[in-house]
Design a protein around this ligand. Sequence first.
Ligand code: ADP
Ligand code: MG
Length: 603
Amino acid sequence: MHDIIRLLPDSVANQIAAGEVIQRPASAVKELLENAIDAGATEVQLNIKDAGKTLIQVVDNGCGMSVSDARMSFERHATSKIREANDLFAIRTMGFRGEALASVAAIAQVELKTKRAEDELGTRIEVEGSVVKDQQPCVCQDGTVLSVKNLFFNVPARRVFLKSLLAETNHILDEFYRVAIARNEIAFSFFHNEKNVFSLSKSSLKQRIVALMGNTYNERLIPVESSTSAITIGGFIGKPEFARKTRGEQFFFVNRRFIKHAYLHHSVENAFLELLPHNTYPSYFLFIEVDPKTIDINIHPTKTEVNFQDSKIVYAVLQSAVKQALGKYSLTPSLDFETERSLDIPPLVGGQMPKPPTITINPDYNPFGNIRQGFERNFTHNRDIEKLFSAGSSKDIPPSVQQNMTVEWDEDTEIQQNKAIFSIQKRYIVCNIKSGLMIIDLQKARERILFDRLMSEMENNQESAQQLLFPHTVHLTGTDAEVLLSLLPQLQNIGFEISQFGKNTFIVNGVPASMSEFDIQLLLEDMVENFNKQKTDLTIDKKTNLAFSIAKSLTSKLPQNLPEKAMQTLIDQLFASSIPHTSPSGKPTLTIINFEEISSRFK
Ligand code: ADP
Ligand code: MG
């Protein structure tokens, strides 16, 4: 009988190893980004085509490689980061297993271009399925460009298992977020199918989080800072009132490496306990610094798991740091900028947390209670004030207006020739009319005018988008992103050009000209929030709800200080609208105090 045990050929061994390290395009993205960081890059660009299935490319301005290092880098267990077993206990770099490039090269067509600053020429190497196809000196920039084409081209079974483009893009985005948050001192850019998704300059951690997650995070973050002799904790947590319905923005970094850790997650959740609305999850971006000797990151090929020598201590320190941050915040909610002040406040006794604020709501309140009849009028302009007033239900209209329901428009409600128009507290516009005084609620009036305009634009598809010079990336949480996605066709009708990019991220390429001045992230977030609030009312359709939601969020962002001329225009537009006296939510937009009423007050 012959011996039957043989060594596997390298290419097969590499393919098997690759299966562990590179499960999907996102794994390759992670490894390449980590290599760029280890190379000391200050600028890193990530280029992706077709969710990474066609191309994953990372361009860095790091240290580059010599000719022989370039060739060596594709060998399995080839690493410049550890030399002896002992080095494993002091790891500060992202890589150290020396597997990534060998794995990627086993299952894709890889092109490496690299040059050290001190070298005249760089090196270009082409590897396909672990076989070196070409190696040449080349002219290139200092740093490294690594391109991975047709991932899994020789592992058809893997290719089949890849999820939809959207799902794969999401995984890539996740990896990008993790690295970009961990390394705020590095400038990152991200292109997908040649469209710019992110352009992040070097910035503070807070600015970086805001740049990735959206401007609203400016007001949502509470700093966490705490340090003992063995552990330093830093970063941010989200304010409890902004807790999410879906687990999402939860990031732990140990020595600036993203990790998953159920036990530590529990510690943070516990610190939030009682402060969170039911069924919501806190956001956190927390950095834990410990001596590398006290952790073991080598327990998983993807390096996202970490063993702490004493995880109980980390648990306790983390929990107290988060509680402390929450305590400071809830005791001084509006004193964000005066953190010193909060030091005077006695510590909370026995780990007891402040009670969350409660609010009472009227579950029967229905903002559209009397709006439908108005919609059915089909927006015919009508200056006949009698008809206008009788169109909506009079339930919500105050008696002073109801008394005027029979007044003829051009007679008594006409604004006087020597008119006075002024505003009270920037909220109401007052003007004298023949029959007395008319007081207009600025916000409600604007809602009506914008609502009418949006409704007609949606019907007629008349508005064209104003292209943005730089596309804008908008990030929404899970359910909000789904809502926005469902509204894209209607938004397009009114001049938005938005495409989905990954589950929670959208690229805005165009906005209606009239809205180009607004912060797009805020506008869309607000719009979705308003939309959700009203969604439960089954009597209004999607289009109506959308128009109202946009009208509301725009209104809340408009300046309130109006020159007289603008007030006059607003009044004209209000009276040219479909139902001047009622806002889209069924509230009165104006009220009239007539002479009799005024004179009766002097009796
Ligand atoms: P590891 O990162 O675990 O060492 P990799 O397979 O990812 O293993 O990389 C192998 C080696 O190739 C690295 O140790 C490093 O010396 C070199 N290398 C890889 N990518 C780059 C890069 N972008 N710039 C400079 N050197 C790199
Ligand atoms: Mg590596």
